[in-house]
Each structure stands twice: as C-alpha cells, then as structure tokens.
Design a protein around this ligand. Structure first.
Ligand code: ADP
Ligand code: ZN
Length: 606
C-alpha cells in the first residue's frame, strides 16, 4: 500500500489487485484474468518492488515494452527491456545492470528469453518473479498464438523457486485451462475479475448514412479526442480515413496492406499526439496501451461478441468515460453471413462461426440492457447498467407481426430472388422501371406497405434476417429467402415483436473527466487546458507519450483543487514521489498562473 501510494501515486488498490499483490509478494504463483484496463500491470510491478531482486516480465509486444519502461522510469522505478531494438552494446549494458542487481524490472521478448544465453544470464542474476503478460498467446485456439510462448514452461523447470504470475484479458474457460496446463501453473491461485467495464458506454445505432453518423458522433461527443474506428476492409479504411481528414479530423488509416514503417508511424502518432483518430482493420489494436482512447467506433459488424468486446475494450483504460459506438444495418448481417458461407473452413467451424454471429446479432437487436447481454455471454450475471443506449433511452418495441407477414409474403410472391431494396419498392408501391420489368406492379403485395417508410422497412428486413425469420441466398446475389421459421409467421401463428427505429437524441457529454467526478467550471477548464499544453510540450521534449507524464484524470484534479504547496500536490492521485520532485514546481507555477519555461527541445519536431 505504501509502495502504491509513494511510487505510483495511486490512493488505493483496485478490485483484486491487493489480494494478488499480497499472494505474489509472498512467493505464490498466480493466474490473473482481468479485463483490458483492469490494472494488470500493478499486479506484478508492486510485488517486484517488494521482493528482493529483479522482476522479469515476458511481453510479446515491443511497442508496449517501450511505453511501460518509459512510464516506470518516470516513476523512478529502475526498469529496462531486452529486445531486438537494442544494439549489442546497449544490450550488454542492460545485462550488466541485471547482473549487478541494479534493475527492479526487466522486460524481455519471449523468443529472446528462451535462448540458452538468456537463461544463463538469468541464472546469474537474482530474480524476484516472472510475469507472463498476454498469457493467452500460449493457446493454440486463441487469436494471437505465439509458438515461443509454449517454451516458457522452461522457466518453471529452471527456476522452480521463483514465483510466476500469468496475466490475460481473455476470459473463456478453455483458454484459461490451456494457459495453466502449458505453463505448468498447476498450483497457481486463479484470480478472475469481473469483465465489466463500467466507464464504457455501449451504443449500437441503426445504420443509415454511416459516415455522416460517424462524423456527427465524433464532432458532437469527442472533439479533439483520440479514438479508433474499425472497418472490415482495407479499402473502406482508406476511404474513411481520407474522408474524415477532408472534414478536418486528424484521421490516419492502418491496415495489414501498408508497409511496416508506415504502420509503425501511425501507431507512434496515435500514442504521442492527443487527438488522432485511427481508422483501421482489426490488425490494429494488439499492443495499443494508450489509456486515454476516448472512443471505439465500428462501421462494420465484428464477427463475434469476443471480437467486439476486445476491440471496444481498448477505449477508456484510464477509467474515465469512454464510448463504444457501432452503426449496424442489414448489409452488415448479409456480409458477415456471406463471409461464413463462402469461407473455406469445414462445416463444424462454420457452425461455430454462425452461432457466434447469432449471439452478436442478438446483442445488436436487443431492446434491453446491452451490458447485461454482454456480461451474460461471458457467464456473468448483472443488473441493467444505466450506461448503455438501451438503458438511457429505452427503445420502444412494437407488434411487427403484420409488417413481418407482409415482408415475408413479398419475398415469397417475388420468387425468393430479390434483395431488400427491390422488396421495399414492391411493398411501398414504388412504380419504377425495375418493378415494371418484372411485372411486380400487379402482385397482391404491391403497395401494401405504404404506411411504413423506407428506413423502417430496412430495419424490418434486418431484424427478420437477424431473428432467422428470413435468410440470405449468397449464391443469388443476396436475395432474401424464406426459412422454416418463416412459415409460422406467414400463417399468422407467431407474433413478432421488433424494436422501433428512433433517431434518438444523445445525452450531451461535457468534458474529458474521470468517472464520478464533478465537471470543471470555466476557470478550472482553462487551467486544465494549460496543463495539457504544458504536458504535451514536456512529452515531446522527452520523446514519450503525454499520458506517461500525467493522466488526464490527474490534470483534472489539479485544475479542480488548485493545490498551492508541494504537500497539497502530493495528495493528488497520480502524483508519486518522483513526479512531485520532477514536475512539482512547474505544476505549481502553472496553477499560480506564472509562466513556465518550455523544456529544452520542446519545439515541435519537423
Ligand atoms: P491492463 O494491463 O489490465 O489493461 P493497466 O495495467 O495498463 O491495465 O492499467 C490500466 C490503467 O489503470 C493504467 O492507466 C493504470 O495507471 C491505472 N491503474 C491501475 N491500477 C490502478 C489503481 N489501483 N489506482 C489508480 N489507477 C490504476
Ligand atoms: Zn445498460
């Protein structure tokens, strides 16, 4: 607790952290399952400081290692890394520091750690613990399998007395068992945290003009803030990034088709600048440790709830309010179903993929709390959250039995050969050239749906497909067809409830502030902005991301409380002893409204 306050400047532990720290500091093995942003790093950093020797952290992500080491150095913790970015001389210096006991924490890439040379080096040093971060990489069924991770069991064989802590944000029981087995963590205590991320507001909007909706969302709710926009294809990434840029938003594209240097450049700017929006395929994300991502938007439907939760989990790691926003429409359902049907995978895999997609569609179509639904998927029971679109503005449901019957009979009468656009024309009695060509103006269903507008019909068709009451024939260019389940509705034996489309006004949100804290008044807001500008200059001069210096939440508290003396400063969350020493006087001068000398080299590079 003392270390936590003094070194990290945090007023207290979060959730299971205290128990985990106690267990590992006492020499026990642990397997820690915590959601992204839950605070996994402290679970090994604090015990490493409490125990004699160096804590060795295995991490698969080089960018993440660098940031962790920068952040720890800011706190006055003696940390270093060993990976392929160091030249021989630099690596030698780190090795010597390790051997002479001058390091609290050492981050090592897994492929390097398992080399005989490195194991011998560790044999000569005093090791306080092994932390295996992103431990799900050991699982062959998981999404980021790393073969080197399989060899990490050597740590237990070579160093049986050193405690090990494995950490992951991947929750499912299958992966959990695989981690324990492969890393020989049989005696480890397992700590499972709630996977809820209460500061993230989930919203799933009916897709109309997705780009315009996205722009409105960014402009109204996240101006000047960092976020990620996920798209399914590279082409859409490029187009969306270009379009957002043309609208005056700093937007950068990122996908696997770009060369490594460009991708690294995008990642670097995202981490180092304050208001960059990255438009990306799911290739972007692993290794993004930025705590102040204020929104994650999906312009296309992900494949599964696991994918959706992992991607949205990159928002708001700092605990301050963040948004997970998705625009969703019939075309998304059609596209994802098509990807499954046309994939080369075997039938068993396709069945699983279909089931996962259905679960996600259930989340999209639900009229009740999104969070309850999400957590239930991960096996956690909960109460309506009050912080999702459905809780904040409960959607009306309506008796869509009649509309569903009309829609299904339009599918039937036109021979199950047409997509939604044409079917809507038929239902609404749109007497155009295409209709005439097929003679559909003389069908009994022609014009029977004039009471609903086009947008409403689109949503009816989307829900029919999502509910399995209609299907998509990909071999016939996405024609809608009937299913077994259609018949009962057509015969009038089954009622259908649907959520009604509403263009709902969203609650305006004021400022970038931590959860539960009062908004800043105008004066405090001005100081907050000045503190941010100073932080950015300082970060540039040191070549580190701004959040490594102070989090927004710390700046907000400074702006609100306006401490006037070092002792008052020390009471602010996020102000550890080392940061107080280093930045205290600059911060006090900023609060007093005095000029602060720009750090050397603070001029914007380039
Ligand atoms: P994870 O690795 O689980 O995604 P991190 O270890 O990066 O999460 O922590 C997420 C954020 O929460 C970090 O910005 C960290 O500083 C902050 N944090 C973690 N534990 C605490 C705590 N006890 N008090 C305050 N902030 C914390
Ligand atoms: Zn809710």
């Amino acid at each position: 607790m003392e270390t936590l306050r003094l070194v990290f400047g945090h007023p207290g532990f979060r959730g299971a952290q205290e128990e985990i720290v106690g267990h590992v500091a006492a020499g026990g093995d642990a397997l820690v399952l915590m959601p992204t942003g839950g605070g996994k790093s402290l679970c090994y950093q604090v015990p490493a400081l409490l125990r004699p020797g160096t804590g060795v952290v295995v991490s698969p992500l080089i960018a993440l290692m660098h940031d962790q080491v920068s952040a720890l150095s800011q706190l006055g913790v003696r940390a270093a890394f060993l990976n392929s970015t160091l030249d021989a001389r630099q690596a030698r210096a780190v090795e010597q520091a390790l051997e002479s006991g001058a390091l609290d924490l050492l981050y090592v890439a897994p492929e390097r750690l398992v080399t005989p040379r490195c194991l011998e080096l560790l044999g000569r040093a005093r090791i306080s613990l092994f932390a295996i971060d992103e431990a799900h990489c050991v699982s062959q069924w998981g999404h980021d399998f790393r073969p080197e991770y399989l060899q990490l069991s050597v740590l237990h064989e070579r160093f049986p007395a050193v405690p090990r802590i494995a950490l992951t944000a991947t929750a499912d029981p299958q992966t959990r068992e695989e981690i324990a087995a492969r890393l020989q963590l049989d005696d480890a205590r397992v700590f499972v945290s709630s996977f809820d991320r209460p500061n993230i507001r989930y919203a799933i909007a009916d897709k109309a003009d997705a780009r315009a909706q996205l722009l409105r969302f960014i402009r109204d709710e996240h101006p000047g803030e960092a976020g990620i926009v996920y798209c399914l294809t590279r082409r859409k990434v490029d187009e969306t990034a270009a379009w957002l840029s043309a609208q005056g938003i700093t937007a950068l594209g990122y996908h696997a088709g770009m060369d490594a240097a460009t991708r690294a450049g995008v990642q670097e700017r995202f981490q180092r600048e304050e208001a960059v929006v990255v438009v990306a395929t799911i290739a972007f994300g692993m290794g993004i440790d930025k705590p102040d991502v204020r929104f994650v938007a999906h312009l296309d439907l992900p494949r599964s709830i696991e994918g959706y939760y992992q991607e949205t989990g990159r928002a708001g790691r700092d605990g301050a309010p963040a948004d997970a926003w998705m625009a969703y429409g019939l075309a998304d359902v059609v596209q994802q179903r098509r990807l499954i049907t046309e994939s080369e995978a075997d039938e068993a895999f396709k069945r699983v993929a279909s089931a996962k997609l259905d679960a996600l569609l259930g989340l999209c179509e639900t009229a009740s709390c999104r969070r309850v639904r999400l957590l239930a998927y991960f096996g956690e029971a909960s109460q309506p959250c009050g912080n999702c679109d459905n809780c904040l503005a409960p959607p009306e449901t309506w008796d869509a039995t009649d509309a569903a019957r009309k829609a299904l009979s339009a599918i039937y009468r036109t021979g199950q050969r047409f997509g939604a656009v044409h079917l809507i024309d038929v239902l609404r009695g749109h007497d155009g050239e295409r209709i005439r060509r097929w003679g559909h103006q003389s069908l009994s269903v022609f014009g029977v749906g004039a009471d609903l507008d086009e947008a409403a019909w689109r949503i009816v068709f989307r829900q029919l497909v999502a509910l399995g009451l209609a299907a998509v024939d990909h071999a016939a260019h996405g024609a809608l067809t009937l299913t077994q389940a259609s018949r009962a509705v057509l015969r009038g034996e089954q009622a259908v409830q649907m959520r009604r489309h509403v263009a709902r006004p969203r609650a305006a949100r004021a400022q970038r502030l931590p959860a539960g804290s009062a908004p800043l008044d105008a004066q405090a807001q001005g100081l907050f902005e000045r503190l941010r500008a100073w932080r950015l200059a300082e970060a540039r001069a040191q070549g580190v991301p701004p959040y490594v210096i102070f989090h927004d939440s710390t700046l907000a508290e400074l702006a609100r409380c306006r401490p006037g003396a070092p002792a008052e400063l020390a009471a602010v969350a996020g102000m550890g002893a080392r940061k107080l020493e280093r930045y205290g006087s600059a911060v006090l001068r900023l609060i007093a409204g005095e000029p602060v000398e720009a750090p050397p080299g603070a001029a914007r590079p380039g």
